[in-house]
Design a protein around this ligand. Structure first.
Ligand code: GLU
Length: 605
């Protein structure tokens, strides 16, 4: 698969000469961007779902920027080249391993409900939840965006380059445009009604009122200007300047196209933007077979759920029969999702027994429930509270950040030549978010507030200022304080199982990272049916059905981006070869794969 840009500026040369063997050099005219799923080499590297974004990161690394600088460059570029799943209108979670002191930091850039949000805002007059699509396509669904604050906090705390410098590649791609590929055209087509409803969105994505063809050059001068202004004024401008007034006004009163029905407005005010912060939080930490894993604590359910399932699985030897091992994977995930559903929400509003959910003793109790045949769904949540003060994994945290706070779906990974690592998942929630493009600013606004449970009275029900529960699971794996891997994925609640399965594939089944990514996926989330890719059903379906599992077919599950440090100091960046149209992996200095064959980052463990 190839993507193209038409013209190339001085900085963009690095941006568009992507691929593992990228070289600086003048490029003229339409330029194919080779899109490779795996790269080996040294000097750092990146993997994202977009070759433009990966090339932006590698460009920043080549110019001496560190992993954090490069990650922000990639995230901003994803806002241009993958505008339906990324950008300044969304939020996410940034996990960072700092090589100098072996510490892991996490930034919670999740969107927040405005102060005026009502607990019953997604309930109809009859007290029943409103239609999901109706809630999505409204100002009510828009949370105060967290991505720009995340970029700002990350650069202020850990970066080495200015916001202006790292936004430049994204600005250039936005200004010059890029040719739409099939995946983006399909996404526009599927979301045509939603995009047509909001004039600023229709203007970009439905030129002349029609779905554009593959090869149409999408330019976004408004977003280029937004990035340029952010670079000039600093990230706080997003939350305090005129853009904040415009954004809150657009949320309160979304402009709709003539002839389309009006949509509900939200309550967001400029003060909600001014009050937003992306705090540093304690990572969620757990261990698995001697490896230390760092993920995102609530408001994401990613860390606690991946961690609980891995702790449950540690009670079994998974190296034998593969069907038995996969059966345990599905059942462990089922049990962990039951607890996720009951306990996880924003810790500023509900007490989440994070340490209990991640305790080995609690996991042992949950593991004992796994029987010879599949547990009937939904399984009931357990009670982790007695274990909440006793987590063995708690002591393993390298960074305790609770006293160190500051004001302030796509997945990308970056490592730099010094061994700093970023694992960053962010999103605007549904494809194209709320559908509302901020007029004159060129980016779509999220619908993250529909991640709340619509009924009141649960750990994840709506409250003013609250962060909706997420499934995003950016993860970093260490051994003895040194990084082994960074991994994550988009995919709503299947993010959790995709990260879990990809890690188990490596640590327990001994697969290399590319093989672990390629392997067919299944996702059991305490539902009657396990979603599974056709390849999984063909290979394991009959044997697992005999154990009581039920499958529903999904075209594909997840789009992993990951990197691992191979023996001998080489870096491997890896992403999908086909899911979602394939991702893009690059390194600063490519090398050939080891002639002795593919090596396993976990192999020496
Ligand atoms: N909003 C979702 C979450 O935070 C991510 C969006 C998706 O991948 O579908 O869990």
């Amino acid at each position: 698969m190839f993507r193209r840009v038409l013209t190339v500026g001085a900085v963009a040369v690095g941006v568009v000469t992507g691929g593992g063997a990228a070289a600086h050099g003048a490029v003229r005219g339409p330029q194919a961007l080779p899109q490779q799923p795996v790269a080996y080499g040294t000097g750092g590297g990146a993997a994202t779902m977009s070759p433009y974004a990966t090339a932006s990161a590698v460009d920043v690394l080549r110019r001496g920027g560190n992993a954090v600088d490069a990650a922000v460059a990639a995230a901003a570029t994803l806002g241009v080249s993958e505008p339906f799943v990324a950008g300044p209108g969304g939020g996410g979670y940034f996990v960072y391993y700092r090589a100098r002191d072996h510490k892991v930091f996490t930034i919670d850039g999740r969107e927040k409900a405005p102060a005026g949000a009502r607990p019953d805002m997604f309930l109809g007059p009859d007290g029943k939840p409103v239609d999901f699509e109706q809630a999505v396509e409204s100002g009510e669904s828009v949370g105060v965006p967290g991505n720009v604050a995340t970029w700002g906090v990350a650069l202020d705390r850990f970066g080495s380059r200015s916001l202006r410098a790292v936004l430049r590649p994204a600005e250039l791609v936005a200004r010059q445009g890029f040719e739409l590929d099939q995946a983006l055209v399909d996404a526009i087509s599927k979301n045509q009604a939603k995009l047509a409803r909001f004039p600023a969105s229709a203007r970009y994505y439905l030129p002349g009122g029609k779905v554009p063809a593959v090869g149409h050059v999408l330019r976004n001068p408004h977003l280029a200007a937004t990035y340029a202004q952010l670079g000039r004024h600093g990230w706080r401008w997003f939350y305090t300047g005129p853009l904040a007034d415009e954004l809150s006004a657009a949320v309160r009163n979304p402009a709709t196209s003539p002839g389309t029905p009006p949509v509900a407005g939200g309550t967001m005010t400029a003060k909600d933007l001014r009050d937003y912060s992306a705090p540093l939080r304690d990572p969620a930490t757990w261990s698995h077979r001697g490896y230390d894993l760092y993920g995102m604590a609530p408001s994401s359910s990613g860390g606690t759920t991946v961690g609980e399932a891995m702790n449950i699985l540690e009670n079994f030897n998974l190296s034998g029969d593969r069907v038995e091992a996969l059966y345990r994977y599905l059942e462990a995930s089922k049990l962990a999702f039951a607890d996720r559903g009951k306990y996880v929400g924003d810790t500023a509003y509900v007490k989440v027994p994070v340490h209990g959910l991640l305790s080995k003793a609690y996991a042992k109790q949950r593991a004992a429930l796994i029987a010879e045949t599949a547990l009937p769904t939904p399984v009931a949540p357990g009670d982790p509270s007695p274990f909440d003060g006793t987590s063995a994994t708690r002591k393993r945290a390298y960074a305790r950040m609770s006293t160190d706070r500051e004001q302030h779906t796509n997945h990308l990974v970056v490592a730099d030549r010094d061994g700093n690592v970023v694992s960053y998942t962010n999103t605007i929630e549904q494809i194209a978010g709320s559908g509302i493009t901020l007029p004159g600013r060129g980016f779509l606004l999220n619908n993250e507030l529909t991640d709340f449970n619509f009924p009141t009275g649960t750990a994840n029900s709506v409250a003013p200022g609250k962060r909706p529960r997420s499934s995003m699971s950016p993860t970093i794996v260490l051994r003895d304080g040194r990084p082994i891997e960074a991994i994550g994925s988009p995919g709503g609640s299947t993010i959790i199982t995709t990260v879990l399965q990809s890690l188990i594939n490596q640590i327990d089944f001994g697969m290399s990272l590319p093989a672990a990514i390629e392997a067919p996926r299944a996702s059991q989330r305490n539902g009657a049916v396990t979603d599974a890719e056709p390849g999984f059903i063909a290979r394991y379906g009959d044997a697992l059905k005999a154990k009581g599992e039920t499958f529903g077919s999904a075209d594909y599950i997840g789009i992993v981006a990951a990197l691992s440090f191979l023996p001998g100091g080489r870096l491997q960046t890896a992403t999908e070869s086909w899911r979602g149209g394939g991702g893009s992996a690059m390194v600063v200095t490519p090398k050939n794969p080891d002639p002795r064959g593919e090596q396993d980052a976990f192999g020496e463990g």
